[in-house]
Write a protein that binds this ligand. Structure first.
Ligand code: SF4
Length: 57
């Protein structure tokens, strides 16, 4: 898969992760939040995440 060097990512359980390098392969992603009032990095989510089918996590 061709990695997008503009989107660094270490979530290799995601089917869009390049695997051999820590980049996403999508052309663009959507970032959102699961909080009403996000105040920390942990409040943010990649909403383009899609679980790898082979993932046993
Ligand atoms: S879609 Fe999101 S979580 Fe998945 S590889 Fe791309 S940036 Fe990472």
């Amino acid at each position: 898969m061709i990695s997008n060097n503009s989107i660094q990512c270490s979530v290799n359980n995601c089917k869009h992760h390049a695997q051999d390098v820590n980049y996403c392969t999508l052309e663009k992603i959507k970032v959102g939040t699961h909080e009403n009032n996000p105040t920390k990095m942990e409040c943010t989510d990649c909403e383009s995440f899609d679980l790898k089918s082979s993932c046993e996590c």
